[in-house]
Write a protein that binds this ligand. Structure first.
Ligand code: HDE
Length: 720
């Protein structure tokens, strides 16, 4: 046997043969096979097994001879692999991809007149929260900029138990009865025979289902709008969707709809940009939130309430129990009652974001359900799904799900039980005296359901008051700016162009005809439909008299501020240091950020010889990652940049996505290479001196230069 294959003598200890090796900054020990060993000592604790046994070697399994089989008795190896093999839990059947953060809700003033919910009783009171944002259709590893509804789920750890508003960033839903939820979700997810496409509605099954579900038409307008491609979680609304009840101490009920309004205002990206962001940074949204919180720039929303009574509900043109309808803000104004501040990232993604279990049925005294059939169905589904996902009825023992108020009950045992009742009593009534008998019910403090009257024959039936499917879809559409209407038409054209079955495309256009003639014609043109279908037969005619609701537009409700936004500065050696400094100052004053993008991540030498470190190397930082860009090459540097396709795309995309572009004259050859030199418009701004830089930042408050849009449109030609 050759010597190098000899087996070690049984008395030898491999650790005695370690050598020191230096890897740049790291001094390590290496073993006989050259593998790295790092040892405990000083402040570094000793590695142990889960049973607490100290581990001597975490690099090598226990084997019979250096090249022999692994021993079954290697308890450390077996425990490590066993645990690893079971690291995954089932991902959420919907909303699998999400990002959770912590924070608090601060109540502005007592709402005791309308609700006895404890968290709303005292001005200035802070209630801890956990918030999870998500997309709906994609799997856990899908990209952030899918065209999709965003989940906006808030868990309030109140003094009287956990209250969850499990909401979305869109105030309506696809369906009216929870019975249809599995069908909707099957239709939108990957097609079952092929396993694709994921995180997309642009396929036959989805539009087949939708085109046979006219109640979804209002939601279709919202999902085809820019609401489903938000710039960031920080720039989107949240909605509780359903009508809920507030109940005060006298037992008086008020209907309520919940809204979250972002302090930074609404903002979305354009579709061509979304597609590119998904490639450049699939974690764009979670990274944005992570960075903002790490920098201490805590995102905020205000909680808004729409409050109304039975009399309003009676005379409202639609059923307040129908989750496919909104109550326009112009009809019932929003009262802002508190603020949500997100100020802490999780310590561990799995422990918190993955294991958090929301449920619509988590409700506290002072708040109650309505009979919305979607909400009633959700109240079953959420508890049920947690057992599957978290594997035990004891999921409330997991810290992120555990209430932060006292908890006393007789539920016991089961997988992973952490808090069994102590003492003898685990039932009631019992006759054990005092505390030994365990907790008892409290008619004063306990949750009382609002005694809403309910009677009628037992039927499987949809209320006729739910039958108007098109009026609010139309209202949403006519409330959008021309540019936003264009985006809706483009999105429909794009999505239906991915649908292979012609009949489904045509069927969708037949519904659009009940919403808006121009929109239908626009999409039919974009699809090159040979023949216009007849309008779909409507259960109720479209009410064309509904007024536009400007509150529904993103563009009409801009923040008029660049706060929280980011400018990408493309620089080369020789970058004008005065301009760079002036921009930084102006952006800092505005509450925005400047990020340096350079041909080399190490940085560049500025005009005054100082060294400017880059945050991004050009290949990894296309302009789609920024809200606006500035082009600051030197006359020498621009030549090299012009050779770079990524640099040309940087400019061409910023221009096509209607972004504001600040530049120095030396950048002109780059405009030329990008093919937009002669197209420069008022959104392209020369940066001269500190005032020029400040003026540029002030202009960026408009967020996009939409006036450019007509000349740079992607997508179908708009000939109609
Ligand atoms: Fe959900 N939904 N949903 N949903 N939903 C889930 O619960 C369900 C609906 C929403 O970040 C599941 O824990 C039914 C409307 C959010 O963890 C599941 C129906 C709205 C989240 C479930 C709906 C939502 C979920 C999957 C129709 C907006 C993510 C995993 C009746 C108001 C929460 C889970 C998180 C998650 C069921 C419709 C929002 C299966 C049956 C409407 C934000 O229980």
């Amino acid at each position: 046997m050759p010597k190098k294959h000899a087996t070690r003598s049984t008395t030898q200890d491999a650790s005695s043969e370690r050598k020191t090796a230096q890897y740049a900054d790291q001094s390590v020990m290496t073993g006989t096979g050259g593998e790295v060993h790092q040892s405990a000592g000083g402040e570094t604790p000793v590695l142990t097994t889960e049973q607490g046994i100290p581990v001597a070697d975490d690099q090598n399994s226990l084997r019979i001879g250096a090249r022999g089989p692994t021993a079954l008795e290697d308890f450390h190896f077996r425990e490590k692999l066993f645990h690893f093999d079971h690291e995954r839990i089932p991902e959420r059947v919907v909303h699998a991809r999400g990002f959770g953060v912590r924070g608090y809700f601060e109540n502005y003033a007592s709402l005791a007149d309308i609700t006895k919910a404890d968290l709303f009783q005292r001005a200035g009171e802070r209630t801890p929260v956990f918030v999870r944002f998500s997309t709906v259709a994609g799997n856990k590893g899908s990209a952030d900029l899918a065209r999709d509804v965003r989940g906006f789920a808030v868990k309030f750890y109140t003094k009287e138990g956990n209250w969850d508003i499990v909401g979305n960033n869109i105030p309506v839903f696809f369906i009216q009865d929870a019975m249809k939820f599995p069908d909707l979700v099957h239709a939108v997810k990957q097609e079952p025979d092929r396993g694709f496409p994921q995180a997309q509605t642009a396929h036959d099954n989805f539009w087949d289902f939708i085109s046979l579900t006219p109640e979804s038409m209002h939601m279709v307008m919202w999902i085809m709008s820019d609401r489903t491609i938000p710039r960031s979680f920080r720039f989107m609304d949240g909605f509780g969707v359903h009508t809920f009840r507030f109940v005060n101490a006298e037992g008086k009920s008020t209907f309520v709809k919940f809204h979250w309004k972002p302090k930074l205002g609404l903002q979305s990206v354009v579709w061509n940009e979304a597609v590119k962001i998904n490639g450049a940074d699939p974690d764009f949204h979670r990274r944005d939130l992570w960075n903002a919180i790490q920098m201490g720039d805590y995102p905020e929303w205000e909680l808004g309430l729409q409050l109304f009574d039975e009399a309003f509900a009676e005379q409202f043109a639609f059923d307040v129990l129908d989750a496919t309808k909104i109550i326009p803000e112009e009809d019932v104004p929003i009262r802002r009652v508190g603020r949500l501040v997100l100020d802490r990232c999780v310590d561990n993604f799995f422990a918190e974001t993955e294991q958090v279990a929301f449920g619509t049925l988590n409700i506290v005294p002072g708040i109650d359900f309505s009979d919305d059939p979607l909400l009633q169905g959700r109240n079953f589904s959420y508890l049920d799904t947690q057992l599957k996902r978290l594997g035990s009825p004891n999921f409330t023992h997991i810290p992120v799900n555990a209430p932060k108020c006292p908890v006393h009950h007789f539920q016991q045992d089961g997988h992973m039980a952490m808090h069994n009742p102590t003492g003898r009593a685990n039932y009631e009534p019992n006759s054990w005296a005092g505390g030994a008998g365990g907790p008892r019910e409290s008619p004063e403090k306990g949750f009382h359901s609002y005694p809403a009257a309910a009677e009628g024959p037992k039927l499987r039936i949809r209320s006729e008051s739910f039958a108007d499917h098109y009026s609010q879809a139309r209202q949403f559409y006519i409330s959008q700016t021309e540019s936003e209407q264009q985006h809706i038409a483009d999105a429909l054209t794009f999505e239906l162009s991915k649908v292979e079955t012609l009949a489904i495309r045509t069927r969708m256009v037949s519904h659009l005809l009940n919403i808006d003639q121009d929109l239908a014609e626009h999409v039919a043109y974009g699809l090159r439909l040979k023949e216009m279908p007849n309008p779909a037969d409507a259960a109720r005619p479209t009410q064309e008299h509904l007024q536009a609701s400007p509150a529904l537009s993103i563009q009409l409700n801009g923040p008029a501020s660049f706060t929280g936004r980011k400018v990408g500065a493309l620089v080369t050696d020789g970058v004008n240091i005065d301009i760079l400094r002036a921009l930084k100052t102006a952006l800092k004053e505005e509450g925005g950020l400047l990020e340096i993008v350079a041909p080399y991540v190490g940085g560049v030498e500025a005009s005054d010889g100082s060294w400017i470190a880059a945050v991004q190397q050009l290949q990894g930082a296309p302009s789609v990652l920024y809200d606006a860009v500035v082009l600051l090459p030197s006359a020498d540097g621009v030549e090299e940049l012009g050779q770079e396709p990524t640099a040309r795309d940087f400019v061409a995309d910023a221009f096509a996505h209607c972004k504001f572009i600040g530049y120095v004259d030396a950048a002109l050859p780059l405009f030329s290479k990008a093919g937009v030199l002669d197209s420069r418009d008022d959104g392209c701004i020369t940066l001269e001196g500190p005032e020029g830089c400040a003026a540029f930042v002030a202009t960026c408050r408009q967020l996009r230069f939409w006036a450019r849009e007509a000349s740079v449109r992607y997508g179908a030609r708009q000939g109609v």
